[in-house]
Design a protein around this ligand. Sequence first.
Ligand code: ZN
Length: 170
Amino acid sequence: MAQRDILEYPDPKLRLRSETVTRFDADLGQLVDDLLDTLYANSAIGLSAPQIGDLRQVLVIDLSDEGDAPQVYINPVIESKTAWGLVEESCLSVPGVVGNVVRATEVRVRAQDRDGQTFERDLQNMNAACLLHEMDHLDGKLFVDRLSFFRRLRIRASSKAKARRQSSAA
Ligand code: ZN
């Protein structure tokens, strides 16, 4: 069990596609535990494996107030989307940015658990949006890709300025 460092935009590793999990072994269990430790250490509601540099299709979410209801999705596939809404999102990999994204707010997902058992689940509202945000990470996409062009330009400019400040300070 360990908290792991989170990759931040514009790290190119965040743009890679994750691979289907075929081995449901102790190493996968360790990844799931590390994801949950890192999720809770950051008081976040969702985290995907590529955000900690591991390119397997694994994500965790927990939207409970107490942080005691972890959901683990391995190799998730959306089977249906039946409602949409505007959702305010942020991301541990894009610190300081909040933006409104159109997401499906009613989905049926099929996935596997950490033992490889397949399950189906219906998710609504923030649960659905959070799952879709994390599934984007598995495809190498970030929520800022879904914001308007001018909003994206501003984010890119400010992250470059930040990188310059950090390199001139070093
Ligand atoms: Zn994210």
